[in-house]
Design a protein around this ligand. Structure first.
Ligand code: S3P
Length: 443
């Protein structure tokens, strides 16, 4: 539990956020499947990424950690054994709270010569896995949901010969796309995954750097494909992980919410498939500038944010939907908090995926916004937030969802009276030092 108060003055200065979670997971996974060593700097040492490390250690991969003088991680070295170097684990693989670990690992495990079982915490055991089971089964894999409910625990039978597929995913999901692509590395023939809009493409960028023959194509209507020609070995590389834009989003929001603020958030990943929050907030009137942009491989930049009054268009409305949604899916809770303070009605739509995240984020965001005095309403595929009413501190039920805890910590900065974040420890999933970093900026 953490108690927070309204900000006493502007937030000013510089902040560096921890490494990108999606890229950190992939660096361990692909490093394990590559021949030779992969070194990783900027690695996010949070509970989710530690779950990935733990799974690969159980699969026989040696992963070393070097620390700096403050005992923080300096460098991770993955001693890869090549695509066929994993060995059978002696116990069930446990993925904790991590959907990325569970789904991407399913693709890798489906192609191994040995049987495995994989599961996670109570949230993971309720999240849909059929979305990966179905396409992997089409490729020839054998995966069963132990309780027959389409969720983990999953029992994955080894020794199957996989064939490449041409698959159209109903959802723009990088986890689904990546699970299929990873199985495709072992399959006979090409694997092509089409999606309604380009989801985060870290798998394509990183696998290509490891030596795989993979690329994206985007059609004029915005639908996208990832195309893999298998057959090449992966080779270890050096990876520097940029700061996570999903973590930076909380400080972007903090600076926008507290009058007089000006923050520079250093070295943040701004890959176009992730940076939707910046474009959308700019359309709402946010003063955000990217500095020192570096567009080699995974784009990164420093983000300068100044306090801004956010508002809608001339009829007082702002709609967030369509192809912007996959580019900011994890940021929608904190964008909803910003919308509560904006002088307009914000409609978030086309975002039904929010219901199957670490919590049902449509219900949990609306519940907590309402508790703080905001006029918010859940819809089938998003929410309507009628902003501009004063916010009051409240007891926040995070439903053990890290993004809820951090989003409502930001809401507290604009609320009268104390805000109590219940279960605030869940921030360890993606940003263990979040409350310290926030405190340093608000003291
Ligand atoms: C992720 C993809 C997204 C995102 C999640 C991380 C990834 O999920 O919400 O936090 O690393 O591939 P979906 O693929 O389910 O959209």
């Amino acid at each position: 539990m953490t108690t927070l108060e309204k900000a006493r003055g502007p937030l000013r200065g510089e902040v560096t956020v921890p490494g990108d979670k999606s890229i950190s997971h992939r660096s361990i996974m692909f490093g394990a499947l590559a021949e030779g060593d992969t070194t990783i700097t900027g690695f996010l040492e949070s509970a989710d990424c530690l779950s990935t490390i733990d799974c690969f250690r159980k699969l026989g991969i040696t992963i070393d950690r070097e620390e700096d003088e403050y005992k923080n991680v300096k460098k991770i070295t993955v001693h890869g054994k090549g695509l066929n170097g994993l060995s059978a684990p002696i116990e069930t693989l446990y993925t904790g709270n991590s959907g990325t670990t569970t789904r991407l690992m399913s693709g890798i495990l489906a192609a191994q010569p040995f049987d495995t079982s994989i599961t996670g915490d109570s949230s993971i055991e309720q999240r849909p896995m059929k979305r990966v089971i179905d396409p992997l089964t089409l490729m020839g894999a054998s995966i069963t949901s132990a309780r027959g409910n389409g969720c983990a625990p999953l029992n994955i039978e080894g020794g199957k010969t996989l064939k490449g597929i041409d698959y159209t995913s109903p959802v723009a999901s990088a986890q689904v796309k990546s699970a299929i692509i990873l199985a495709g590395l072992y399959a006979e023939g090409d694997t092509i995954v089409h999606e309604p809009a380009l989801s985060r493409n870290h798998t394509e960028i990183m696998l290509s750097a490891f030596g795989a023959d993979i690329h994206n194509e985007t059609a004029n209507d915005g639908t996208a494909s990832a195309i893999l020609h298998p057959g090449r070995a992966l080779h270890g590389i050096d990876i520097n992980v940029p700061g996570d834009i999903s973590s930076a989003a909380y400080f972007i929001a903090a600076a926008l919410i507290v009058p007089g603020s000006e923050l520079l958030i250093k070295n943040v990943g701004v890959n176009k498939t992730r940076a939707g929050i910046i474009n959308v907030l700019k359309k709402m009137g946010a003063d955000i500038t990217l500095l020192n942009e570096d567009n080699s491989q995974e784009s990164r930049a420093d983000i300068l944010v100044r306090y801004s009054k956010l508002c809608g268009n001339e009829n007082g409305k702002f709609i967030i939907g369509g192809k912007d949604i996959p580019t900011m899916i994890d940021e929608l809770p904190v964008v909803a908090v910003l919308a509560a303070t904006a002088d307009c009605e914000t409609i978030i739509r086309d975002a039904a995926e929010l219901k199957v995240k670490e919590s049902n984020r449509i219900a949990s965001v609306v519940e907590n916004l309402t508790a703080m005095g905001c006029d918010a309403e859940a819809t089938d595929d998003g929410m309507i937030i009628r902003g501009g009413k004063p916010l009051f501190g409240a007891s926040i039920n995070c439903h053990a969802d890290h993004r809820l805890a951090m989003s409502f910590a930001i809401a507290s900065l604009a609320a009268e009276g104390p805000t109590v974040i219940q279960d605030s420890e869940c921030v360890s999933i993606s940003y263990p030092t979040f409350f310290e970093d926030l405190k340093n900026l608000t003291r």
